[in-house]
Ligand binder design. Structure first.
Ligand SMILES: NC(=O)c1ccc[n+]([C@@H]2O[C@H](COP(=O)([O-])OP(=O)(O)OC[C@H]3O[C@@H](n4cnc5c(N)ncnc54)[C@H](O)[C@@H]3O)[C@@H](O)[C@H]2O)c1
Length: 352
């Protein structure tokens, strides 16, 4: 049975990568609670008791072709084999699926990546870049060749060169920013001073490239649709975000819960909602900056502190970039990234 009638409604079996990470574990728990039938994977085994009961776990390094092929060979207890299209219109001999095999998975939620480093840990920029770019391509390419039609991929606002850029070297077309705003991963060679040894620029670049890879895979295999969810800085709630977001984050955040619901919305969106590869901003509707315009004053909620408007903050921290102030009429604290596409196409909202 193929997913022709089920993709975009409620996939029968969904593979979720990055299942042991911060966002992946929360998304897994949410989808499980919503009745999705899931298989979890990660390079690291789950800590005992952390996976919801009954979810099979397969340990796999997504940069390893052997591991990825073994993952997609997963034999589901219930026969729900997802056949590839009868004939590809491109040669497969040199790809991961020369035998034209299907897979048990109807959908894939690809969340894994190296997104941050634990304090004190360092990583060669080349290894970081390769892990994310190669892992994403392997998952997307294998999924579509095996006939999966419903794919969700985690990306980041850092695909636009946001939080890890050299101050003064980053720029944007203008504010607010939509999904069509030019990607500028100009965070080359950066050390975030506040994070000492954490060199983050390969991360933003890898997200930029993973989005382009999704464009390519969707063009090659038009039977599949890919939703790229561009999360902002993921925090537990507004209070946590208020304490952590910086001017370089352009004052924004998103909740774990909202990220998990975005994956659900993308999986379950009607077939007619979208096709090919589409990017969606998954960001809180309002900024999380309080306490005046200066970095040293931020976060003083409840002390009679100011709640500065977004336009004033943009003028202070991102001078010279065009601001369409009409966007903030009626809500001076509106976020900088537009989310109307995710709301309109996926039926997602940050707050429910
Ligand atoms: N946390 C944030 O603030 C944030 C913001 C924007 C986007 N994102 C995106 O969300 C996703 C999850 O981020 P997170 O914060 O949960 O990170 P995380 O490090 O907590 O989780 C990522 C998981 O991916 C796994 N992984 C890494 N490389 C792998 C490989 N080669 N093979 C298999 N598994 C591998 C890790 O073991 C880990 O469990 C990432 O794609 C990240 O880019 C996160």
């Amino acid at each position: 049975m193929t997913t022709d009638n089920t993709a975009g409604i409620h996939p029968q079996l969904t593979l979720l990568t990055g299942a042991c990470g911060l966002v992946g574990s929360r998304t897994l728990a949410h989808l499980h609670a919503k009745g999705f039938n899931l298989v979890a994977t990660d390079i690291a085994p789950p800590k005992p008791g952390t996976l919801p009961p009954g979810i099979p776990f397969i340990q796999a390094d997504l940069t390893s072709l052997a591991d990825v092929d073994r993952l997609f060979d997963y034999a589901a207890p219930v026969a729900a084999a997802n056949a590839p299209p009868a004939a590809y219109d491109f040669p497969l001999a040199s790809t991961s699926n020369p035998e034209h095999k299907g897979t048990a998975f109807d959908a894939v939620v690809h969340i894994s990546a190296i997104a941050w480093l634990a304090p004190g840990r360092t990583l060669d920029a080349r290894a970081w870049h390769a892990n994310n770019v190669v892992g994403s391509y392997n998952v997307l390419r294998t999924a579509v060749e095996r006939g999966v039609r419903n794919i969700v991929q985690a990306s980041s606002m850092n695909a636009q060169g946001v939080s890890y850029s050299v101050p003064g070297r980053n720029t944007f077309d203008g504010f607010p920013m939509s999904e069509d705003t030019t990607r500028r991963p100009v965070s080359g060679g950066v050390f975030l001073a506040a994070l000492a040894d954490r060199q983050m620029d390969p991360y933003g670049l890898s997200k930029h490239e993973a989005e382009i890879q999704a464009d390519s895979v969707a063009l090659l295999c038009p039977w599949a649709r890919i939703a790229t969810l561009r999360y902002h800085f993921v925090c537990e709630d507004y209070a946590a975000a208020r304490a952590q977001v910086t001017a370089r984050d352009v004052f924004s955040w998103v909740s774990y819960d909202a990220c998990a619901r975005a994956a659900e919305c993308a999986l379950a969106a009607p077939l007619a909602a979208f096709g090919g590869h589409e990017i969606f901003h998954i960001v809180a509707p309002e900024i999380a900056w309080e306490g005046g315009l200066e970095e040293g004053d931020r976060g003083r909620e409840g002390e009679g502190a100011e709640r500065p408007g977004t336009v004033a903050l943009l003028a202070r921290w991102w001078p010279g970039i065009p601001v369409d102030t009409r966007y903030w009429e009626g809500n001076a604290r509106r976020g900088v990234w537009t989310t109307d596409k995710a709301e309109r196409v996926l039926g997602w909202r940050h707050d429910v």
